[in-house]
Design a binder for this molecule. Structure first.
Ligand code: NAD
Ligand code: AKB
Length: 315
């Protein structure tokens, strides 16, 4: 039987691109996109506040949903502006998804975690999968709790939840929604638009990052792999590349030598300081064959090439 998929938070940075991939794979009638607000007339797109359990359950029944990709969340920077709201959305919606999935016997759930689960006590470089998790941000706390909840639902109820800890994601098709790593998308837009860029992180704030294509591949791959290959039901570390604002600036200046960058660190610098600089993803590589394909230079080439087309109206 073909899967019927519900994507929550589908209008965000990842959902915008993931839905296209899911439609390519499963067919347009098999994928229902949902978000708080939707644009008029979008096909198979519905309005759904996933903190409302009754509505979520009703949608799953109405469309015969078998899998949920639960992307809806409040990210790290927005979360610090209103921690209670971030907790209520991130944890409330996750409980709703897991309870609905358990009750309706859904076959598989995707739950995106984040490198934000780590805190100051974890090793900064090549942070291992099982490093201590004492996150500093409310977002990281919700993701660490969410991973444990995923593991609990798997062990207690046999719910097939799969999760990766995405690094900061960078793509040209969609804009990020309020994270600490958003600067690494904006910097490319500014360069292509010939505008100066003011960076809210310090020049040496190195973070794990990943090109969107790699992140989408990881997502589809972990959701397809046979259950027996997954030794973890928390979130798998996955690594793409790692760089700081000075390094990405250097990479961009190969295309725009006069590109101007200034630094004015704000509250997001503290969040960045509490996160790893790079990630050890050997367990994901061994368990399900995860391999990234984009380093910083390949990603810069793709971003600049595609944003140039976009801003000249060809994309
Ligand atoms: P985003 O902020 O771009 O999109 C989130 C979407 O969720 C938004 O469209 C928003 O309207 C929606 N939303 C918020 N509250 C909702 C609610 N109550 N009901 C329904 N929808 C709601 O986020 P994203 O970057 O696309 O991230 C998707 C997921 O991946 C999140 O769980 C995030 O924590 C995780 N993640 C993202 C990154 C990244 O770099 N983008 C990195 C690590 C983890
Ligand atoms: C954020 O910066 O909040 C996200 C993430 C790494 O989870 N991009």
């Amino acid at each position: 039987m073909s899967e019927k998929i519900l994507v929550t938070g589908a209008g965000g940075q990842i959902g915008t691109e993931l839905v296209t991939k899911l439609v390519e794979k499963y067919g347009v009638d098999q994928v229902i996109s949902s978000d708080l607000r939707i644009s008029e007339g979008s096909q198979n797109t519905i309005q759904l506040d996933v903190t409302n359990k009754e509505n979520l359950e009703a949608v799953c029944l109405e469309y015969g949903i078998s899998q949920i990709y639960h992307l809806a969340a409040i990210l790290s920077a927005k979360g610090e502006e209103n921690p209670l709201w971030a907790w209520q959305v991130n944890m409330g919606s996750l409980f709703n998804v897991f309870e609905t999935a358990r009750k309706l016997n859904l076959t598989r759930i995707f739950y995106p975690s984040s490198i934000a689960v780590f805190g100051l006590e974890a090793p900064k470089k090549l942070t291992p999968q099982h490093a201590v998790l004492i996150p500093e941000s409310i977002y990281g706390i919700s993701k660490a709790a969410g991973e444990n909840l995923a593991n609990y639902y798997f062990k207690r109820y046999g719910l097939d939840v799969r999760s990766v800890r995405y690094p900061g994601l960078i793509g040209y098709k969609s804009l990020p929604g309020g994270g600490t790593t958003d600067y690494a998308v904006e910097i490319y837009h500014k360069a292509v638009l010939h505008e100066p860029f003011e960076c809210y992180l310090q020049s040496d704030a190195a973070l794990p990052m990943m090109y969107m294509e790699d992140a989408l591949n990881a997502t589809l791959q972990i959701m397809e792999v046979d259950s027996s290959r997954l030794s973890l039901r928390t979130g798998y570390n996955i690594a793409g590349c790692s760089f700081d604002p000075a390094e990405i600036t250097e990479s961009v200046r190969k295309y725009y030598p006069d590109f101007e960058v200034t630094y004015k660190p704000d509250f997001r610098q503290k969040i960045a300081e509490s996160w790893p600089a790079s990630i050890d993803d050997s367990i994901a590589r061994n368990d399900w064959g995860w391999t990234p394909h984009y380093g910083l230079e390949e990603m810069t080439a793709e971003m600049i090439n595609n944003l140039r087309k976009k801003y000249s109206g060809k994309n």
